[in-house]
Design a protein around this ligand. Structure first.
Ligand SMILES: Nc1ncnc2c1ncn2[C@@H]1O[C@H](COP(=O)(O)OP(=O)(O)O)[C@@H](O)[C@H]1O
Ligand SMILES: [Mg+2]
Length: 244
């Protein structure tokens, strides 16, 4: 499988001397669904932020779709993010004074989609995520689970190469969390969407095809789960043993 993301020796030290990442080498294949897991503070969000250009590495390389991006300027990263990367965050990060529809269409318009196309994609996404009746509402009127659906629609509107999700179920009750995972799974199964999902929850990680476990700024293990699916409890206990 052609890697869509590759890192080599990726390291990050924050001001104050925190070694958040100590040399990460990972490859993520085009169309893969990967979970990055591990205890709080092990560097998961730092890794995701570097992959999406939201922060810069101290050392090491990042390749996205075959080209080096780690040295990109903020302006070039902004273009990459607009066209090739979708983000989903724990706290949804929707724009409160725009309607649901506008939240989803805006990144499309910023990326240069004609208004008609942005509208068509928004309609299709909101329908497939089951929230079309809320198109004109303010996001704050929706439940957490519904807001996260809007955030997923927004992340997918530009058909990004990669969807980066940081604890997307971290602020949801367990039933909404299951829904959101099912939707991400469907985006992967039906559209071949590449997904990198960060979670400290082994049950959430168990929905991915591969789990990269981290500890103290380094990769501690990589486990392929697709052949063990069907026995989710065995998978979860395996992840627990791995210390995820
Ligand atoms: N902006 C920052 N400045 C200084 N230290 C940070 C910053 N962000 C994260 N850290 C530290 O880096 C380490 C990794 O954090 P993080 O990537 O957020 O871990 P995780 O997402 O796995 O909980 C932690 O020790 C955290 O306190
Ligand atoms: Mg985090």
């Amino acid at each position: 499988m052609e890697p869509v993301i590759r890192t080599s020796g990726l390291a990050k030290e924050y001001d104050g001397g925190v070694h958040a990442l100590r040399g990460i080498d990972v490859e993520i294949g085009d169309g893969e669904f990967v979970a990055v897991t591990g205890p709080s503070g092990c560097g998961k969000s730092t890794l995701l932020n570097l992959l999406g250009g939201l922060d810069r590495p101290s050392r090491g390389e990042i390749e996205l779709a075959g080209r080096r991006v780690d040295g990109f300027s903020e302006g070039r990263w902004a273009l990459v993010r607009r066209r090739e990367i979708g983000f989903v965050f724990q706290f949804f990060n929707l724009i409160g004074n725009l309607s649901v529809a506008d939240n989803v269409e805006l990144p499309g318009l910023l990326a240069g989609l004609p208004a008609k196309e942005a509208r068509a994609r928004r309609r299709e996404l909101l329908a497939s995520l089951g929230i079309e009746e809320h198109a004109d509402a303010a996001p704050g009127r929706l439940s957490g689970g519904q807001q996260q659906r809007v955030a997923i629609a927004r992340a997918l509107v530009n058909r990004p190469r990669v969807l980066l999700a940081d604890e997307p179920t971290g602020n949801l009750d367990s039933s909404s969390a299951r829904d959101v995972m099912a939707l991400l799974r469907a985006a992967h199964d039906e559209r071949g969407q590449t997904i990198v999902l960060v979670t400290h929850d082994a049950r959430v990680a168990a929905r991915a095809d591969r789990v990269i476990a981290m500890r103290d700024g380094a990769v501690s293990s990589e486990t392929r789960l697709d052949d063990t699916r069907g026995d989710v409890s065995a998978t979860v206990s395996r992840l627990m043993e791995l210390g995820a």
